[in-house]
Design a protein around this ligand. Structure first.
Ligand SMILES: Cc1ncc(COP(=O)(O)O)c(C=O)c1O
Length: 343
Protein backbone atom coordinates (compact mmCIF):
# COMPACT_ATOMS: atom_id res chain seq x y z
CA UNK A 1 0.00 0.00 0.00
CA UNK A 2 1.71 3.26 -1.10
CA UNK A 3 2.09 5.70 1.78
CA UNK A 4 0.59 8.44 -0.39
CA UNK A 5 -2.81 6.71 -0.13
CA UNK A 6 -4.97 7.68 2.85
CA UNK A 7 -6.54 4.49 4.13
CA UNK A 8 -9.82 5.07 5.99
CA UNK A 9 -11.25 1.60 5.24
CA UNK A 10 -10.66 0.21 8.73
CA UNK A 11 -8.65 0.60 11.91
CA UNK A 12 -7.17 -2.85 11.23
CA UNK A 13 -4.75 -1.42 8.66
CA UNK A 14 -2.31 0.12 11.15
CA UNK A 15 1.34 -0.92 11.18
CA UNK A 16 3.35 -1.42 14.38
CA UNK A 17 5.18 1.69 15.57
CA UNK A 18 8.96 1.63 16.18
CA UNK A 19 8.34 1.42 19.95
CA UNK A 20 6.01 -1.53 19.48
CA UNK A 21 8.49 -3.29 17.19
CA UNK A 22 11.20 -2.79 19.80
CA UNK A 23 8.94 -4.34 22.47
CA UNK A 24 8.28 -7.29 20.16
CA UNK A 25 11.95 -7.78 19.32
CA UNK A 26 12.97 -7.92 22.97
CA UNK A 27 10.03 -9.97 24.31
CA UNK A 28 10.74 -12.93 26.53
CA UNK A 29 9.07 -15.98 24.97
CA UNK A 30 8.35 -19.66 25.58
CA UNK A 31 6.02 -22.33 24.24
CA UNK A 32 2.55 -21.05 25.06
CA UNK A 33 0.83 -24.36 24.31
CA UNK A 34 2.82 -25.63 27.32
CA UNK A 35 1.73 -22.46 29.16
CA UNK A 36 5.37 -21.33 29.24
CA UNK A 37 5.36 -17.97 27.49
CA UNK A 38 5.82 -15.36 30.24
CA UNK A 39 4.80 -12.44 28.03
CA UNK A 40 1.52 -14.09 27.06
CA UNK A 41 0.83 -15.01 30.69
CA UNK A 42 1.49 -11.42 31.73
CA UNK A 43 -0.80 -10.05 29.02
CA UNK A 44 -3.58 -12.44 29.99
CA UNK A 45 -3.31 -11.48 33.67
CA UNK A 46 -3.21 -7.78 32.81
CA UNK A 47 -6.31 -7.89 30.61
CA UNK A 48 -8.27 -10.04 33.08
CA UNK A 49 -7.48 -7.48 35.80
CA UNK A 50 -8.48 -4.53 33.59
CA UNK A 51 -11.99 -5.99 33.34
CA UNK A 52 -12.12 -7.36 36.89
CA UNK A 53 -12.35 -10.98 35.73
CA UNK A 54 -10.41 -13.98 36.97
CA UNK A 55 -8.71 -14.94 33.72
CA UNK A 56 -8.16 -14.24 30.04
CA UNK A 57 -6.88 -16.16 27.03
CA UNK A 58 -4.87 -14.82 24.11
CA UNK A 59 -6.37 -15.72 20.71
CA UNK A 60 -5.16 -15.08 17.16
CA UNK A 61 -8.17 -13.01 16.09
CA UNK A 62 -11.30 -11.27 17.28
CA UNK A 63 -13.41 -13.76 15.38
CA UNK A 64 -11.80 -16.72 17.14
CA UNK A 65 -12.10 -15.00 20.52
CA UNK A 66 -15.83 -14.39 19.91
CA UNK A 67 -16.41 -17.94 18.74
CA UNK A 68 -14.56 -19.47 21.69
CA UNK A 69 -16.68 -17.34 24.03
CA UNK A 70 -19.92 -18.31 22.30
CA UNK A 71 -19.03 -21.99 22.57
CA UNK A 72 -18.42 -21.42 26.29
CA UNK A 73 -21.88 -20.06 26.93
CA UNK A 74 -24.16 -21.69 24.33
CA UNK A 75 -24.24 -25.50 24.05
CA UNK A 76 -24.89 -27.08 20.63
CA UNK A 77 -28.54 -26.88 19.50
CA UNK A 78 -29.21 -23.93 21.81
CA UNK A 79 -29.69 -20.32 20.92
CA UNK A 80 -27.79 -17.05 20.84
CA UNK A 81 -29.62 -13.71 20.55
CA UNK A 82 -27.86 -10.76 18.95
CA UNK A 83 -28.63 -7.97 16.52
CA UNK A 84 -28.91 -8.53 12.78
CA UNK A 85 -25.80 -6.43 12.09
CA UNK A 86 -23.61 -8.04 14.77
CA UNK A 87 -20.11 -9.04 13.68
CA UNK A 88 -20.68 -12.54 15.09
CA UNK A 89 -23.48 -13.22 12.59
CA UNK A 90 -22.32 -11.00 9.72
CA UNK A 91 -18.59 -11.47 9.29
CA UNK A 92 -17.68 -14.68 11.10
CA UNK A 93 -18.71 -16.92 8.19
CA UNK A 94 -21.33 -18.96 10.03
CA UNK A 95 -18.78 -20.09 12.63
CA UNK A 96 -21.25 -20.27 15.54
CA UNK A 97 -23.32 -22.80 13.59
CA UNK A 98 -20.40 -24.57 11.90
CA UNK A 99 -18.16 -25.03 14.97
CA UNK A 100 -20.51 -24.63 17.92
CA UNK A 101 -23.76 -26.06 16.53
CA UNK A 102 -25.28 -22.79 17.78
CA UNK A 103 -28.56 -21.44 16.48
CA UNK A 104 -28.56 -17.62 16.22
CA UNK A 105 -31.64 -15.39 16.20
CA UNK A 106 -31.41 -11.66 15.67
CA UNK A 107 -33.27 -8.52 16.61
CA UNK A 108 -33.55 -5.91 13.82
CA UNK A 109 -30.31 -3.96 13.37
CA UNK A 110 -30.40 -0.85 15.54
CA UNK A 111 -26.69 -0.44 16.22
CA UNK A 112 -26.08 0.69 19.78
CA UNK A 113 -29.72 1.77 20.34
CA UNK A 114 -30.85 -1.54 21.82
CA UNK A 115 -34.25 -1.79 23.50
CA UNK A 116 -33.82 -4.34 26.31
CA UNK A 117 -37.59 -5.03 26.28
CA UNK A 118 -37.34 -6.18 22.65
CA UNK A 119 -34.53 -8.55 23.63
CA UNK A 120 -36.42 -9.81 26.69
CA UNK A 121 -39.46 -10.61 24.55
CA UNK A 122 -37.33 -12.81 22.27
CA UNK A 123 -36.08 -15.15 24.99
CA UNK A 124 -37.30 -18.72 24.62
CA UNK A 125 -37.37 -20.96 27.70
CA UNK A 126 -36.30 -24.57 27.99
CA UNK A 127 -38.77 -27.09 26.62
CA UNK A 128 -39.09 -29.66 23.87
CA UNK A 129 -40.90 -27.43 21.33
CA UNK A 130 -38.50 -24.52 20.70
CA UNK A 131 -34.76 -23.80 20.67
CA UNK A 132 -33.89 -22.68 24.22
CA UNK A 133 -32.07 -19.36 24.49
CA UNK A 134 -28.77 -19.48 26.35
CA UNK A 135 -27.01 -16.18 25.71
CA UNK A 136 -27.29 -12.60 24.49
CA UNK A 137 -24.40 -10.98 22.62
CA UNK A 138 -23.83 -7.25 22.21
CA UNK A 139 -21.11 -5.32 20.37
CA UNK A 140 -19.32 -2.41 22.05
CA UNK A 141 -18.68 -0.22 20.12
CA UNK A 142 -20.93 -1.27 17.28
CA UNK A 143 -19.03 -1.67 14.01
CA UNK A 144 -21.85 -1.64 11.45
CA UNK A 145 -23.77 0.61 13.83
CA UNK A 146 -21.37 3.45 13.00
CA UNK A 147 -19.14 3.06 16.04
CA UNK A 148 -22.12 3.71 18.33
CA UNK A 149 -21.66 3.26 22.07
CA UNK A 150 -24.25 1.25 24.00
CA UNK A 151 -25.09 3.36 27.08
CA UNK A 152 -24.19 1.88 30.45
CA UNK A 153 -27.86 2.07 31.53
CA UNK A 154 -28.89 -0.13 28.56
CA UNK A 155 -26.18 -2.66 29.37
CA UNK A 156 -27.37 -2.78 32.99
CA UNK A 157 -30.92 -3.43 31.80
CA UNK A 158 -29.66 -6.22 29.51
CA UNK A 159 -27.82 -7.71 32.48
CA UNK A 160 -31.12 -7.72 34.37
CA UNK A 161 -32.87 -9.39 31.40
CA UNK A 162 -30.11 -12.02 31.25
CA UNK A 163 -30.22 -12.67 34.99
CA UNK A 164 -34.00 -13.03 35.04
CA UNK A 165 -33.89 -15.58 32.22
CA UNK A 166 -30.66 -17.20 33.49
CA UNK A 167 -28.79 -16.35 30.30
CA UNK A 168 -25.16 -15.45 29.73
CA UNK A 169 -24.29 -11.99 28.43
CA UNK A 170 -21.37 -11.82 25.99
CA UNK A 171 -19.67 -8.64 24.80
CA UNK A 172 -17.91 -8.46 21.46
CA UNK A 173 -15.62 -5.75 22.76
CA UNK A 174 -13.32 -5.47 19.77
CA UNK A 175 -13.54 -1.69 20.28
CA UNK A 176 -14.52 -1.53 23.96
CA UNK A 177 -11.51 0.78 24.44
CA UNK A 178 -13.22 3.33 22.21
CA UNK A 179 -16.40 3.13 24.31
CA UNK A 180 -14.33 3.58 27.47
CA UNK A 181 -12.63 6.68 26.06
CA UNK A 182 -15.81 8.16 24.53
CA UNK A 183 -18.12 7.68 27.54
CA UNK A 184 -15.55 7.65 30.33
CA UNK A 185 -16.90 4.34 31.66
CA UNK A 186 -14.14 2.43 33.48
CA UNK A 187 -13.24 -0.86 31.78
CA UNK A 188 -13.88 -2.65 35.05
CA UNK A 189 -17.44 -1.29 35.05
CA UNK A 190 -18.03 -2.88 31.65
CA UNK A 191 -16.31 -6.07 32.79
CA UNK A 192 -18.64 -6.60 35.71
CA UNK A 193 -21.67 -6.71 33.40
CA UNK A 194 -20.58 -9.60 31.19
CA UNK A 195 -20.03 -13.32 31.64
CA UNK A 196 -17.64 -13.42 28.68
CA UNK A 197 -15.94 -10.77 26.59
CA UNK A 198 -13.70 -10.68 23.57
CA UNK A 199 -11.42 -7.66 23.38
CA UNK A 200 -9.14 -6.83 20.49
CA UNK A 201 -5.62 -5.42 20.38
CA UNK A 202 -5.36 -5.13 16.61
CA UNK A 203 -8.10 -2.61 15.85
CA UNK A 204 -7.68 0.91 17.20
CA UNK A 205 -4.89 -0.11 19.58
CA UNK A 206 -2.55 -0.77 16.68
CA UNK A 207 -1.11 -4.22 17.50
CA UNK A 208 -0.59 -6.42 14.44
CA UNK A 209 -2.46 -9.45 15.81
CA UNK A 210 -4.38 -10.54 18.85
CA UNK A 211 -7.56 -10.63 20.89
CA UNK A 212 -8.42 -12.03 24.29
CA UNK A 213 -11.33 -13.97 25.70
CA UNK A 214 -12.12 -12.74 29.21
CA UNK A 215 -14.10 -14.64 31.86
CA UNK A 216 -14.01 -16.78 35.00
CA UNK A 217 -11.08 -19.13 35.67
CA UNK A 218 -13.33 -22.10 34.97
CA UNK A 219 -14.48 -20.68 31.64
CA UNK A 220 -10.97 -19.76 30.53
CA UNK A 221 -9.73 -23.26 31.32
CA UNK A 222 -12.41 -24.59 28.97
CA UNK A 223 -11.59 -21.81 26.50
CA UNK A 224 -7.99 -23.07 26.29
CA UNK A 225 -9.28 -26.45 25.14
CA UNK A 226 -11.67 -24.92 22.58
CA UNK A 227 -8.90 -22.68 21.23
CA UNK A 228 -6.62 -25.71 20.75
CA UNK A 229 -9.44 -27.60 19.04
CA UNK A 230 -9.91 -24.68 16.64
CA UNK A 231 -6.21 -24.68 15.79
CA UNK A 232 -5.49 -21.53 17.77
CA UNK A 233 -2.82 -22.86 20.14
CA UNK A 234 0.30 -20.82 19.43
CA UNK A 235 3.93 -21.33 20.41
CA UNK A 236 6.44 -18.46 20.98
CA UNK A 237 3.64 -15.96 20.68
CA UNK A 238 5.02 -13.63 23.33
CA UNK A 239 6.33 -11.64 20.36
CA UNK A 240 2.72 -10.74 19.60
CA UNK A 241 1.64 -10.47 23.23
CA UNK A 242 4.42 -7.90 23.69
CA UNK A 243 2.86 -5.80 20.94
CA UNK A 244 -0.45 -6.07 22.77
CA UNK A 245 1.04 -5.06 26.11
CA UNK A 246 2.72 -2.10 24.44
CA UNK A 247 -0.59 -1.12 22.84
CA UNK A 248 -2.40 -1.22 26.18
CA UNK A 249 0.26 0.93 27.80
CA UNK A 250 0.53 3.53 25.04
CA UNK A 251 -2.47 3.52 22.73
CA UNK A 252 -5.68 3.56 24.77
CA UNK A 253 -6.00 7.18 25.87
CA UNK A 254 -4.85 8.44 22.47
CA UNK A 255 -8.05 7.02 20.92
CA UNK A 256 -9.60 10.39 21.79
CA UNK A 257 -7.49 11.80 18.93
CA UNK A 258 -9.04 9.29 16.51
CA UNK A 259 -12.50 10.27 17.74
CA UNK A 260 -11.70 13.94 17.13
CA UNK A 261 -10.51 13.13 13.59
CA UNK A 262 -13.72 11.20 12.92
CA UNK A 263 -15.74 14.17 14.21
CA UNK A 264 -13.90 16.45 11.73
CA UNK A 265 -14.66 14.10 8.84
CA UNK A 266 -18.30 13.84 9.93
CA UNK A 267 -18.60 17.61 10.10
CA UNK A 268 -17.16 17.90 6.59
CA UNK A 269 -19.57 15.42 4.96
CA UNK A 270 -22.69 16.40 6.95
CA UNK A 271 -23.65 19.36 4.67
CA UNK A 272 -23.96 16.85 1.78
CA UNK A 273 -26.69 14.92 3.64
CA UNK A 274 -24.67 11.70 3.74
CA UNK A 275 -23.90 11.35 7.45
CA UNK A 276 -25.92 8.33 8.65
CA UNK A 277 -25.56 9.08 12.37
CA UNK A 278 -23.28 11.40 14.33
CA UNK A 279 -19.75 9.98 14.71
CA UNK A 280 -19.53 8.86 18.33
CA UNK A 281 -16.11 7.22 18.16
CA UNK A 282 -13.69 6.49 15.30
CA UNK A 283 -16.22 5.42 12.66
CA UNK A 284 -18.08 7.77 10.31
CA UNK A 285 -21.08 5.94 8.82
CA UNK A 286 -22.25 7.21 5.44
CA UNK A 287 -25.80 6.84 4.12
CA UNK A 288 -25.87 7.58 0.39
CA UNK A 289 -29.57 7.01 -0.25
CA UNK A 290 -30.09 10.68 -1.13
CA UNK A 291 -26.75 11.13 -2.88
CA UNK A 292 -26.27 11.00 -6.67
CA UNK A 293 -23.30 8.69 -5.94
CA UNK A 294 -23.83 5.15 -4.74
CA UNK A 295 -21.25 3.58 -2.40
CA UNK A 296 -19.14 1.99 -5.16
CA UNK A 297 -19.11 5.22 -7.18
CA UNK A 298 -18.05 7.23 -4.13
CA UNK A 299 -15.32 4.73 -3.24
CA UNK A 300 -14.03 4.67 -6.83
CA UNK A 301 -14.00 8.46 -7.11
CA UNK A 302 -12.25 8.80 -3.74
CA UNK A 303 -9.70 6.16 -4.69
CA UNK A 304 -8.84 8.06 -7.86
CA UNK A 305 -7.95 10.97 -5.61
CA UNK A 306 -5.89 8.83 -3.22
CA UNK A 307 -8.43 8.05 -0.49
CA UNK A 308 -9.61 4.54 0.41
CA UNK A 309 -13.01 4.06 2.06
CA UNK A 310 -15.11 0.97 2.84
CA UNK A 311 -18.24 -0.01 0.97
CA UNK A 312 -20.70 -1.74 3.33
CA UNK A 313 -23.72 -1.97 1.04
CA UNK A 314 -25.07 -0.46 -2.20
CA UNK A 315 -25.70 2.88 -0.50
CA UNK A 316 -23.75 2.60 2.72
CA UNK A 317 -20.08 3.29 3.23
CA UNK A 318 -17.74 3.96 6.13
CA UNK A 319 -14.72 6.02 7.08
CA UNK A 320 -12.59 4.82 9.99
CA UNK A 321 -9.87 6.83 11.70
CA UNK A 322 -6.84 5.24 13.34
CA UNK A 323 -3.22 5.77 14.43
CA UNK A 324 -1.84 5.78 10.89
CA UNK A 325 -3.86 8.79 9.73
CA UNK A 326 -2.54 12.03 11.12
CA UNK A 327 -4.17 15.46 11.06
CA UNK A 328 -2.60 16.33 7.71
CA UNK A 329 -4.08 13.16 6.18
CA UNK A 330 -7.48 14.06 7.61
CA UNK A 331 -7.18 17.53 6.02
CA UNK A 332 -6.51 15.86 2.65
CA UNK A 333 -9.36 13.40 3.17
CA UNK A 334 -11.75 16.28 3.94
CA UNK A 335 -10.62 18.04 0.80
CA UNK A 336 -11.07 14.92 -1.36
CA UNK A 337 -14.48 14.01 0.10
CA UNK A 338 -15.91 17.50 -0.25
CA UNK A 339 -14.70 17.73 -3.86
CA UNK A 340 -16.09 14.31 -4.78
CA UNK A 341 -19.44 14.82 -3.01
CA UNK A 342 -19.87 18.27 -4.62
CA UNK A 343 -19.63 16.90 -8.17
C1 LIG B 1 -16.85 -5.65 16.20
C2 LIG B 1 -15.86 -6.64 15.69
N1 LIG B 1 -15.76 -7.83 16.29
C3 LIG B 1 -14.88 -8.77 15.89
C4 LIG B 1 -14.04 -8.51 14.82
C5 LIG B 1 -13.14 -9.61 14.36
O1 LIG B 1 -11.82 -9.37 14.46
P1 LIG B 1 -10.76 -10.17 13.55
O2 LIG B 1 -10.74 -9.48 12.24
O3 LIG B 1 -9.49 -10.05 14.33
O4 LIG B 1 -11.23 -11.58 13.44
C6 LIG B 1 -14.10 -7.28 14.16
C7 LIG B 1 -13.20 -7.00 13.03
O5 LIG B 1 -13.21 -5.96 12.43
C8 LIG B 1 -15.03 -6.32 14.62
O6 LIG B 1 -15.16 -5.12 14.01
Amino acid sequence: MPDSLIDLRSDTVTRPTPGMREAMATAEVGDDVYGEDPTVTALEAEVAALFGHEAALFAPSGSMANQIALQLVVPPAHELLCDADAHVVTYEIGAAAAYGGISSRTWPAVGADIDPDVVAAMVRPDGYFAVPTRAIAVEQTHNRGGGGVIPLATLRELRRVADEAQLALHCDGARIWHAHVADGVPLIEYGRLFDTMSVCLSKGLGAPVGSLVVGSAEKIERARLIRKRMGGGMRQVGILAAAGRYALAHHVERLAEDHAKAARLAEAVAPFGVLATPARTNIVPLDLTKSPLDAHALAAAARDEGLLISVLGPRTARLVTHMDVDDAAVDRAVDILTRVLRR
